[in-house]
Design a protein around this ligand. Structure first.
Ligand code: NAD
Length: 495
């Protein structure tokens, strides 16, 4: 059978134009394990052109002189375009990352709300009049856009992770160079056409893809960049922080997690089990907030494990483009290899396999891994210690609140936590003690443009989403105005 030709119409978006880029690479269809499209790879020279375009656009009257209300309208229009084109963007994301169509459709439909939310906020973000302690002075604070933003996203949920950066950045009046991951960049490159159609002036938003070392490093280290918004893994984040040593860009980092889900004996176990399954097996576990460590109270351990094993075995694995599929493949061969190796090491370290533990039969061509549950003695087992970014749940028993707080917090990460209990006072005690940027009680994985998102410790610096996130794309200018008509008398006394 002849190999189908690779799709070859994806372009970089630089200074309002769609351009080929200096190099290219093949993008893999994870469900079939075969390349399906050719993507442009931005070189250092492409990145430099994009940053210079964003720098020019920042001061250009076409953007700089828009009112906040006008910027808001552009964002709202972009949100409407995303909503109208959600089905085709979802199909592209599913094809390029293997994420199931049910999820990409729902998530991208909701991404539109992020642009609408930040569009609505653009002219509601205010400076301040300061009650200064001098009788003949007025002082006020202007909030000004910080400058050129370098936004870097990983391959999972690229449209979503871009919206929490582009939304506040553009609402504030910044200009942006957005780097899609080299894995699964198709939906963001297609999204560039919507940015263009929305009517942002050339250079205000530039969208690239390319490899971390050349494209990512050149972008985050560029001397004309004032702000870096990064989402990805902790080790890449350290490179990014080093990259900003010269431009001293204000940097926020949204990194990984090893989030605990805690189930007490008094919880509705069936409901908790559904949340646990959604928390770890949705997106095949490739979610930064995956609830990958389950802490279950000893007295209900066997019962909950039985419910979970049954639900995990019933998950419908299949073609991610099929609306009936509940779990698709992993996105990259290196993910699959990492998961296989870590599960093997965990079994060797004494973990007991409850279900899964390998590639599912009948899916040998794609990058599939079965929903897997491992019973572990503690956090030191490799699968419980490391972020796997895959469909692997590590289950650890506990006895009492103090025990579970100590175990849940025993991780360098601190992105999210889930607590399942019918005891409200206990829930409040745990909320205070858990080291996590998000705590869900009797639910898991809820997100909204209105609620900030981000973690403690190795899970990152800063928060995305919510009204306050616009602040991180501005800096203040303190303005002093002397209101007295009297000449300044003594030049050696400052008042
Ligand atoms: P990654 O860190 O390998 O890559 C992220 C991005 O950084 C990519 O665009 C990559 O090209 C770029 N990059 C790589 N090297 C770079 C360098 N030297 N300088 C600048 N940029 C560089 O992450 P990944 O494997 O694509 O994604 C998985 C990781 O992302 C996981 O750790 C996951 O938890 C995390 N994540 C976090 C969140 C969150 O909001 N907290 C959300 C999704 C994913």
């Amino acid at each position: 059978m002849a190999t189908p030709a690779l799709r070859d119409d994806f372009r970089l978006y630089i200074d309002g134009a769609f351009v080929a880029g200096e190099a290219s690479f093949e993008s893999l269809d994870p469900a079939r394990g075969m390349p399906w499209a050719r993507m442009p790879a931005a070189s250092a020279a492409d990145v430099d052109r994009a940053v210079r375009a964003a720098h020019r656009a920042f001061d250009d009257s076409a953007w700089a002189e828009l009112t906040a209300t006008q910027r808001g309208r552009l964002l709202t229009r972009l949100g409407d375009l995303v909503a109208a084109h959600a089905p085709e963007l979802a199909e592209l994301e599913t094809r390029d990352t293997g994420k199931i169509i049910r999820e990409t459709r729902a998530q991208i439909g909701y991404v539109a709300e992020y642009y609408r939310y930040f569009g609505g906020l653009a002219d509601k973000f205010e400076g301040a009049h300061l009650p200064v302690d001098k009788p003949d002075m007025e002082a006020y604070l202007r909030r000004e856009p910080i400058g050129v933003v370098a936004a870097v996203v990983p391959w999972n949920s690229q449209l979503f992770l871009s919206a929490v950066k582009l939304g506040p950045a553009l609402a504030a009046g910044c200009t942006v160079v957005l780097k899609a991951s080299e894995d699964g960049p198709a939906p963001l490159l297609a999204f560039a056409r919507l940015v263009h159609e929305a009517g942002f002036p050339p250079g205000v938003v530039n969208i690239l893809t390319g490899f971390g070392e050349e494209c990512g490093r050149t972008l985050t280290a560029h001397k004309l960049v004032s702000r870096v918004a990064f989402t990805g893994g902790p080790s890449t984040a350290r490179h990014v922080v080093r990259n900003t040593a010269e431009n001293l860009a204000y940097t926020t980092l949204e990194l990984g997690g090893k989030s605990p889900v805690i189930v007490f004996a008094d919880a509705d176990l069936e409901s908790a089990a559904n949340a646990v399954v959604a928390g770890i097996f949705a997106a095949s576990g490739q979610s930064c907030v995956a609830g990958s460590r389950l802490f279950v109270e000893e007295s209900v351990r066997e019962k909950l494990l039985a419910i979970l094993a049954e639900k995990a075995r019933r998950i419908r694995i299949g073609d991610p483009a099929d609306a009936a599929t509940e779990m698709g493949p992993l996105a990259t061969p290196r993910q699959l290899a990492h998961i296989e190796a870590t599960v093997a090491a965990s079994l060797e370290a004494g973990a007991a396999l409850v279900t899964g533990g390998g590639r599912p039969a009948g899916f040998e061509d794609g990058l599939y891994y079965a929903p897997t549950i491992l019973a572990c003695a503690g956090n030191e087992v490799p699968c419980a210690a490391q972020e796997l970014f895959g469909p692997v749940l590590s289950v650890i028993a506990f006895e009492g609140e103090a025990d579970v707080v100590a175990k849940a917090n025993d991780s360098p990460f601190g992105l999210a936590a889930g607590v399942f209990t019918s005891n409200l006072t206990r829930a409040h005690r745990l909320i205070r003690k858990l080291r996590a940027g998000i705590v869900w009680v009797n639910t898991y994985r809820a997100v909204s443009p209105i609620v900030p998102f981000g973690g403690y410790g190795q899970s990152g610096l800063g928060r995305e989403g919510g009204a306050e996130s616009i602040r991180d794309y501005t800096r203040t200018k303190s303005v002093w105005i002397r209101t007295s008509d009297e000449p300044i008398a003594d030049p050696f006394v400052m008042r």
